[in-house]
Unconditional design. Structure first.
Length: 295
């Protein structure tokens, strides 16, 4: 990905952005002070794209050309209003020492640099494969378990009594080979669910606690063998684990669109940072602040 940033096209885009920003900073002040507002195609295209928060010259050129006259007239009125108020604000110096205005202008420049990144998001198959390998942990699909349980609470009886009751019921369940759907006929109502279908460890732990979640995930599925008693903060549980999907790293082809979106986003962010840094590098920075000595 980093080698991409050294390509000539990217250098050209970065230099172009640099010239744009320099023009904005050191451009002709008379243009801002002018009492003439020129509403040409370029001005409307820029306004249209900023208002839509997207940058695609070809698309917006078609949209602009197809606007009904009434909508076009309204857009021109809105543009003129904003432009005039902006010039008046600049003429009165309202932008000086105003951090909110300064921050908004910074955000606009950052948004522009993101638009440049949009132009360079073509990802080759090899680059996509490398991106996936470098970020493989992000796409790991954790194990999922399907189980039901029988619950015995401890808040209305002693811990020992609840434990013994669970032990006796476990023998009965296994003797009768009680199936999944018979779980509600035993024990007491749990505070959450009775059946859990294809749930991950985090979800299970949020209901039963870390220790019990680990015990369930480590067990082998067996639709005719109840296990337990397992302890949670609420009481004792007898569990029938009927299914488990082991955790895995999916093949890239299975999640290609997701990986491609992530790779494009990362590239856009890299180009954004590189383009902004290219402009910063064109400035001379003098730090005159000296931190006072603390006695």
């Amino acid at each position: 990905m980093k080698s991409f940033l050294r390509q000539p096209l990217v250098h050209f885009l970065l230099i172009g952005l640099g010239f744009f920003l320099l023009f904005q900073v050191f451009g002709d002040e008379n243009e801002i002070d002018s009492k003439t507002v020129i509403v040409d195609k370029e001005a409307l295209m820029t306004y249209f794209q900023y208002r839509s928060k997207a940058f695609n010259a070809e698309v917006f050129e078609e949209k602009l050309a197809s606007l009904p006259q009434e909508e076009l007239d309204r857009m021109i009125q809105d543009y003129v209003r904003e432009e005039v108020l902006y010039r008046e604000a600049m003429a009165m110096g309202l932008d000086r020492e105003d951090y909110i205005i300064k921050n908004r202008m910074i955000q606009k420049v950052e948004f522009l640099s993101e638009g440049i990144g949009e132009l360079a998001t073509n990802i080759t198959d090899e680059e996509l494969k490398n991106f996936y390998e470098d970020n493989k942990a992000k796409y790991y699909e954790p194990a999922l378990v399907t189980f039901t349980h029988v619950f015995f609470k401890t808040d209305n009886r002693g811990d020992m009594e609840a434990s013994q009751l669970a032990e006796n019921t476990l023998k009965e369940l296994n003797l009768k080979k009680a199936p999944f759907e018979k779980a509600p006929a035993y024990g007491e109502r749990f505070y959450y669910n009775t059946n859990y279908v294809e749930k991950g460890r985090d979800y299970v732990a949020s209901h039963f606690g870390e220790e019990m979640a680990d015990a369930i995930l480590e067990a082998d599925p067996n639709p005719s063998q109840w296990i337990g008693p397992l302890r949670s903060e609420y009481g004792y549980h007898l569990v029938l684990l009927v299914g488990k999907k082991e955790g895995l790293y999916p093949e890239i082809e299975e999640i290609k669109e997701r990986v491609l979106q992530d790779a494009r986003y990362e590239r856009k962010q890299e180009i954004k940072q590189q383009s902004i840094q290219a402009v910063i590098d064109g400035y001379t920075v003098e730090v005159t602040y000296k931190r006072p000595e603390i006695n």
